[in-house]
Design a protein around this ligand. Structure first.
Ligand code: NAD
Length: 356
């Protein structure tokens, strides 16, 4: 059919040494950038996204247009749709799955807990079931989160640190994903790599994240709220620029070993990994605001409040030596350089919005 032809064409790779990747959450922030990078180097890429309304769906549609211009077809569907996944795996023998579809955001969980269970737990299991039954079984790389470190206050965070104190339902579902990955690896020989992203930012970013809505509100002259830690300590984030994260994702895909199962049965030990992908350079939120004021040439109207117990943690800081050792991960973009690129994109995008 026409649909199958589009799917096959999008997933066609330049050579047998290239990858054929199913990217879930492809119309999302990270998914768009990863898909474009893979396509650019000759890999076959098929996107899947349910275009949910967690944030402005027009932004997702604009990213989709960008992807389609680059030859990436984004199938509209849910990772919970088992029949759809089966159909996709029937048409394309994917070598890899880059699983980025999730309900992101920490605070939204207080009003919408079910959405996290649906996408991050049920959806992940459904995807792993499809991978288990696929022939060949693809290697899986998926987005966990720095939030799994929760209330652990020993910094920098390294992969061996405790992750048993999630501060939000979001964090708890990502931690659950890591345990689910362990079981599928153990029983079915699936090769699974979890990537713990640290506050990723950049062009085409997410409107629900602070750097994005601070920019919007500062430009509008609207007051912004900065949280400080109740104990007086700094609230800081290990902001990581999107291009650095994309390099980490490609590094993880390229070093992923084959799954060792077939027909739902395990044949031998398969790879199970988890990596921090951060910037190793935490910046206080007050400094984030100061950089934005400088780049936007507007003074922000600020209100400072003690941080409420809403799922956010005080401080994040990645130790990235494991990703550096295994695939040469080395972030090179400092916050001001990255924000300059974000602001440039923001101003262009929202001035020519009609063009999208
Ligand atoms: P995003 O919300 O922009 O992208 C996720 C995409 O997945 C969205 O386009 C959404 O429509 C889609 N999606 C959600 N549920 C789905 C479902 N059930 N079926 C199909 N599609 C679905 O978020 P992002 O910032 O690009 O994040 C990508 C991944 O990285 C997520 O798993 C997120 O939890 C994780 N992560 C992101 C950050 C960050 O700072 N951006 C930090 C840590 C972890």
């Amino acid at each position: 059919s026409h649909w199958e032809k589009r799917v096959a064409k999008s997933a066609r790779r330049n050579s047998a040494s290239n990858l054929a990747v199913l990217v879930t959450g492809a119309a999302g922030f990270v998914g768009t950038h990863v898909s474009l990078s893979l396509k650019r180097r000759g890999d076959g890429v098929l996107g899947l996204d349910n275009f949910n309304r967690y944030y402005d769906p027009n932004l997702k549609r604009a990213r989709q247009k960008l992807l389609e211009r680059a030859g990436v077809f984004v199938v509209e569907g849910d990772v919970n749709d088992a029949a759809l996944l089966r159909k996709l795996f029937d048409v394309v023998p994917f070598t890899h799955v880059m699983h980025l579809a999730a309900q992101a955001g920490v605070r939204y969980a207080m009003q919408n807990p079910g959405s996290y269970v649906h996408s991050n737990i049920a959806g992940f299991v459904n995807l792993l079931e499809a991978c288990k039954s696929a022939n060949p079984q693809p290697a899986i790389v998926w987005a966990s989160s720095s939030s799994v470190y929760g209330l652990n206050s020993k910094v920098p965070f390294s992969e061996k640190d405790r992750t048993d104190q999630p501060a939000s339902l979001y964090a708890a579902t990502k931690k659950a994903g890591e345990e689910i990955a362990h079981s599928y690896n153990h029983i079915y020989g699936l090769s699974i790599t979890g990537l713990r992203f640290f506050t990723v930012y950049g062009p085409w970013g997410r409107p629900d994240m602070a750097y994005f809505f601070f920019t919007k509100d500062i430009l509008k002259g609207k007051q912004i709220t900065i949280f400080e830690a109740p104990d007086g300590g700094t609230v800081a984030r290990d902001f990581t620029y999107i291009d650095d994260v994309v390099k980490g994702c490609l590094g993880a895909l390229d070093t992923a070993k084959k799954s060792t199962g077939s027909g739902g049965k395990k044949k031998g030990p398969a790879q199970l990994r988890v990596f921090n992908l951060g910037n190793t350079s935490p910046v206080p939120v007050s400094e984030l605001v100061a950089i934005l004021e400088k780049l936007l040439k507007v003074k922000a109207k600020k209100k400072v409040l003690p941080m409420p117990t809403n799922g956010d943690v005080k401080f994040t800081h990645a130790n990235i030596s494991l990703a550096h050792r295994d695939f040469g991960y080395r972030p090179t973009t400092d916050l001001e350089t990255g924000l300059r690129k974000f602001v440039k994109w923001y101003l262009e995008f929202y001035s020519k919005k009609s063009a999208w």
